[in-house]
Every structure is written in structure tokens, then in C-alpha cells.
Design a binder for this molecule. Structure first.
Ligand code: GAL
Length: 378
């Protein structure tokens, strides 16, 4: 059963890149609240608030019941790559929150998978040998989840996956076997839809700069193995099509979530397609910041002769949204996700158990609410 978690903050208020080619893949329709537009809307729409609050309360109560015991518990955290901006925000918040819940800093070990599954698998083996009490894993490859789950479950260690969602069959296995394994994250289809809607909301007359009745765009993708990248790519464009707009994909390339790679991809695309490019979709903000560098170097102006959207709500990107140099972004709530992951870990340690999927909402960010989000993340 899926559980929607209230956002903690919101409740409180080639050339080297591989060319992937344009076009959609067949995936199930998004079941999201794509109509939500503001922080207030989202706060009001947390239909799972009660369940989420209960889960959080359960973690608090369990932590209280355990007294100082959490201080003796060992937590192993595997991050796919430390040099990823968003995962840096996530892991910093995760560590702080674990400490605030009673874990001792010296018992929290966070390791860098360096974007290499073999490296990460070795780190998981070490954590198992060290007999940690719980593992929180951001897998390098989601497709390795089955192997990871098997060895962690066999070692009798509860497991919380974060950020990179294993596939449905894998999640079903946890439920079928009653294993202490869960996933905490957002539904990337919602973030893609929000990106597309921000472009739709500008209106065809504004976005269709060459007046041919078609929206010409380029797409800069994150890691193609990652469901976040796949869904954002698909659902951003789908939102345009669903609004009745005709689209034309001029270029679709992989920037691996990295600013530098995106900068060169977009610089080359601008060189090749020039003024034909009306919209630049980036699967995350780091790449949107790279795209912006390329756009400015090419003498183009966001909001006037090109439009640019990202995801994550990095503070630098929020400053750009406020300044009008980015059209919009989508808040990827690392506070809510890291706190829910830690709460799930505490529940496992205390034998309380968890749902097999713990979700969270994205928030659409335009000039209207960027300051509000910036105040939260800064
Ligand atoms: C996404 C995030 C990206 C990147 C990726 C890593 O949710 O938007 O910026 O961090 O996770 O898996």
C-alpha cells in the first residue's frame, strides 16, 4: 500500500554524452496531483497527512521508548555519488536528523559509491561484516536492488532504499516475503508533469517564439538508468501534449545530472539549432545551471527568447527563478525524504515496521513562490 507523507516543511507552513534520441516510451499514466501549484495548495492536499504523522509519531514514540539505545545503534548509509549536488543536500540533512533523533555521530557511517556499483557493493559487504543495525541505500544502479536486497535480508539487517526506486517486481518481493525493506522517495512523474505545466502556463503565444504553432525543445537527461530521469523526460513533454500543444524534439541527450556535461550539450545544441530552440528541459537543476551558462554565452535571454526549467530547487536555481534567468524549477523535498528515511530506519530498529513505499510530494516553483522555497532551503 502506498503512503503519502506530508512534507515536513510544508506542513509547518556527450558531446561526449550519449544521444538518446527524442520521443516517448510507454509507461503507465501518472497518478499525481499535477494541478497543485502553490505551497499552500500542496500543504492543503496532503491526503496522507494523518498516516504520515502517525508514522512519524510512531518513530518518535519508539525512539523515546528506546531511550538512549539509539546512541548505540550503527547506521550504514550508501550514497551513489558524493559529487551530486542534490544528494549532498540529502545526506547532510539525513545525518543531522539522525543525530537529532538520538544516534551518535560516530555510529553513522556515510560512504561514497563514486557512481560505481562494484564499489558500492563492496561497501555494503563491509557494512554487513560490521553488523550495522540498519542500512540506508541510494543504489548506484536500481537494477542491482534484487542482489542488494538478498544479501542484506540474509544478513538480518533492515533496509531503507532512498532516491532511486527499485522496480515494482522488486518492491512486491519485499511485501510478499514480509521483509524489513522499504523505499522512501517522490514520484518522478509528478516532477516531469510540473515542468511541462510551467511551460504550458506561459501560453502558446509566449513560448512559440517562431510562431509556427509548434513548441521546439531540447531535453537534457540525467542518468538514463534512473527512473527519475526517465519519468521527467517523458512526463514533461506529455504535459505539453496533454494541453493540446504540438511538440518537436530537436535534441535529447544525457548529461548525467552534471552541470558541466549539460553546459556543453546545450552549447552544442544552440550552435546547431540556434533560434529554433524555444524550450530547454533539464532533468535537474545542476544541469539547468549548466544550460543557463550556455544560453547566456550564446547571447540568448531566458524569459525573452528561450525558456528553461529544472528540478530540485537548489538555492542557486531559486535565485535564478527569482531573477527571471530560469523559468521555473520543482522542489525535490530533501528534508521530508531524509527525515522519512531516518524515521523508517528507527521504526525497523524498534520492530515497529513500515509500509513498503513511503512517498512525498514535489512542489512546482515559479517566480511566485521561489522566495518562500528559498527561505526554507537556505
Ligand atoms: C534526483 C535529483 C537529481 C539527482 C538524482 C540522483 O532525484 O533530482 O538531481 O540527485 O536524484 O539519483
Amino acid at each position: 500500500m502506498k503512503k503519502k507523507v506530508v512534507s515536513l516543511l510544508l506542513a509547518a507552513t556527450m558531446v561526449a554524452a550519449m544521444v538518446t534520441g527524442c520521443g516517448n516510451t510507454d509507461t503507465p499514466a501518472a497518478s499525481n496531483n499535477a494541478a497543485d501549484n502553490t505551497v499552500a495548495d500542496n500543504a492543503a492536499d496532503n491526503t496522507g497527512d494523518v498516516a504520515a504523522d502517525n508514522a512519524s509519531d510512531a518513530a518518535d514514540a519508539a525512539a523515546d521508548a528506546a531511550g538512549g539505545d539509539l546512541a548505540d545503534k550503527k547506521v550504514g548509509v550508501c550514497i551513489y555519488q558524493f559529487s551530486d549536488n542534490f544528494m549532498t543536500l540529502f545526506r547532510t540533512e539525513l545525518e543531522n536528523y539522525l543525530i537529532s533523533q538520538g544516534f551518535s555521530a560516530s555510529n553513522i557511517t556515510i560512504v561514497d559509491g563514486a557512481n560505481d556499483q562494484a564499489t558500492q557493493t563492496g561497501q555494503i559487504d563491509n557494512f554487513i561484516a560490521d553488523q550495522v543495525d540498519v542500512l540506508i541505500i541510494n543504489p548506484v544502479n536500481s537494477s542491482s536492488a534484487e542482489t542488494i536486497t538478498d544479501k542484506v535480508v540474509e544478513a538480518g539487517i533492515p533496509l531503507v532504499y532512498i532516491n532511486r526506486e527499485p522496480d515494482e517486481a522488486e518492491e512486491q518481493r519485499w511485501e510478499d516475503n514480509g521483509w524489513d525493506v522499504t523505499y522512501v522517495g517522490c514520484d518522478a512523474r509528478q516532477s516531469g508533469t510540473f515542468q511541462g505545466e510551467m511551460i504550458v502556463d506561459l501560453g502558446l503565444d509566449t513560448v512559440d517564439l517562431n510562431g509556427d504553432g509548434v513548441i521546439q525543445y531540447i531535453m537534457v537527461e540525467g542518468d538514463p538508468e534512473n527512473v527519475d530521469a526517465q519519468y521527467r523526460t517523458e512526463f514533461s513533454v506529455k504535459a505539453l501534449e496533454d494541453a493540446g500543444l504540438e511538440v518537436d524534439c530537436l535534441s535529447d541527450q544525457v548529461g548525467n545530472w552534471q552541470q558541466g556535461e549539460a553546459q556543453s550539450i546545450v552549447a552544442n545544441a544552440l550552435g546547431q539549432f540556434g533560434e529554433d530552440i524555444e524550450v530547454v528541459f533539464c532533468n535537474n537543476d545542476a544541469m539547468a545551471l549548466g544550460a543557463l551558462q550556455a544560453i547566456e554565452s550564446a547571447g540568448r535571454t531566458v524569459g525573452e527568447d528561450i525558456f528553461l526549467v529544472g528540478v530540485d530547487a537548489l538555492s542557486e536555481a531559486l535565485e535564478d527563478v527569482l531573477a527571471g534567468t530560469m523559468t521555473g524549477t520543482v522542489f525535490n523535498d530533501h528534508f521530508s525524504q531524509s527525515h522519512s528515511a531516518a524515521d523508517a530506519a528507527i521504526n525497523f530498529i524498534n520492530g515497529v515496521g513500515n509500509d513498503y513505499y513511503i512517498g512525498c510530494d514535489y512542489v512546482k516553483v515559479t517566480q511566485d513562490n521561489a522566495q518562500e522555497i528559498l527561505d526554507m532551503v537556505k
